[in-house]
Design a protein around this ligand. Structure first.
Ligand code: SF4
Ligand code: SF4
Length: 400
């Protein structure tokens, strides 16, 4: 049985934000009134382009709410219902040079947590894919491995060729034997690829921690992971690399875990689909929503409207209701050090929060605030309910 249900109903409008990666915003390549097709490049800045996920007419190019930023210049498309696409040029990756693969992935606009993936493809000897679902309610990695095992293995081989890596690993939750067996079967002919069972620990997937868990490599704080000849990525990115190279398809769809709706499930949605349409596909709200969180309860971002579109980095929608949400009273720090014990980056979250609260950003820098991966574990365990990660995020913004 398929784990991921494609949303076949074409939304009434598609909103493609020009900013979907870290770096300079794309400039529109189309004008109001233009007719576009699926896969057509409609925004470009030389870093990571965006493509249309629908065929139809451009009705506006204007600021629009974005799930991770404030309003962002976006291309609004009214679909014509035909789902007509440009002609995709499929390639045999075994015949391509490393630079050609990197160029195709760049042109396809593949990003991962805002980072254009082609910028991660520096020479490495190992590529590790994260197949874990660490955050509560996020089950898309398991679903991807069960539905697209051979595409993920080919995608991993593509990433290995692009980095020159001789070995590939996929870290999978040790209790997830179904996904492990499926991936082992898909990789049976390739001795250089293996699955690694891991104990699920929240933040396992974040680069340094994941590299340490899978290949026992220590990455010193502040060093980019590529410096350690290890490229880490995700099973979703491997599939996107497969689509880009073997199918010639740019990134126009994404898989989203949807929870707190009438039918919680994993769906494949066009980038640009309003959250409201995704939620309607899943049977709608179960009542009056109190909170809509994108990308899980630990590091996710609460939305003020369900009109924001699915972007390349939207992988989870969690709807919460009055009975799910409490507003705890914040108490003074009691120096229990629970936040220190759980911090995966070996920081002093209590100190960072205190300095951030007093706008002492010089001290935040001295206490290495930039190493915080914003996992939210400190705030989760804090008995005084201090919003540590929010204070840290604000301080980081100020420092930036
Ligand atoms: S959010 Fe808290 S626990 Fe997580 S890395 Fe930052 S300081 Fe450490
Ligand atoms: S967990 Fe909360 S109360 Fe305990 S030291 Fe950290 S900030 Fe203070």
């Amino acid at each position: 049985m398929r784990q991921i249900e494609p949303i076949t109903k074409i939304p009434e409008k598609v909103i493609i934000p020009l900013q979907q990666h870290v770096g300079a915003e794309n400039k529109p390549l189309v004008s109001v009134g233009d007719v576009v097709k699926i896969g057509q490049k409609i925004g470009e800045s030389g870093i990571s382009p965006v493509h249309s996920s629908a065929s139809g007419k451009v009705t506006a190019i204007s600021e629009y709410p974005h799930p991770f930023y404030e309003n962002v210049l976006s291309i609004i498309i009214e679909p014509d219902g035909k789902d007509a696409s440009i002609e995709f040029k499929a390639e045999d990756y075994s015949q391509l040079e490393r630079e050609q693969i990197i160029g195709i992935i760049k042109e396809a606009g593949v990003v991962e947590s805002g980072i254009p993936v082609h910028t991660k493809l520096s020479p490495s000897d190992v590529v590790i894919l994260n197949g874990m679902d660490e955050a509560p309610y996020m089950t898309l990695n398991r679903a991807l491995m069960l539905d697209f095992p051979s595409e993920i293995i080919d995608g991993l081989k593509i990433l290995m060729k692009a980095t020159g890596a001789s070995r590939g690993f996929i870290g999978i939750d040790a209790s997830n034997s179904e996904a492990t067996n499926t991936m082992n079967k898909a990789a049976v002919d390739d001795l250089n690829i293996e699955t690694v069972p891991l104990k699920t620990t929240y933040v396992r997937g974040m680069e340094e921690f994941f590299a340490k868990a899978v290949v026992k490599r220590e990455i010193s704080r502040g060093h980019r992971i590529s410096n350690a000849s290890t490229m880490t990525s995700t099973v979703g990115t491997a599939r996107a690399a497969y689509d880009a190279v073997c199918m010639g398809k740019p990134l126009t769809e994404t898989v989203v875990s949807v929870w707190g709706v009438k039918k919680s499930q994993n769906v494949q949605a066009k980038i640009g689909t309003p959250l409201r349409s995704v939620i309607e596909h899943c049977g709608g709200y179960k009542g009056k929503p109190k909170k809509i969180v994108v990308n899980g309860p630990m590091t996710g971002v609460a939305q003020y409207t369900d009109e924001v579109p699915v972007t390349k980095d939207v992988h989870g929608i969690l709807v919460q209701y009055k009975e799910d949400v409490t507003t705890p009273e914040i108490q003074p720090c009691i120096n229990c050090a629970k936040c220190v014990d759980v911090c995966p980056a070996n920081l002093l979250p209590n100190m960072l929060a205190a300095f951030a609260n007093e706008d002492r950003f010089d001290m935040c820098k001295r206490y290495n605030i930039s190493a915080c991966v914003e996992c939210g574990k400190c705030a989760y365990v804090c008995p005084s309910k201090i919003p540590i990660v929010q204070l840290i995020k604000c301080a980081k913004e100020w420092i930036k």
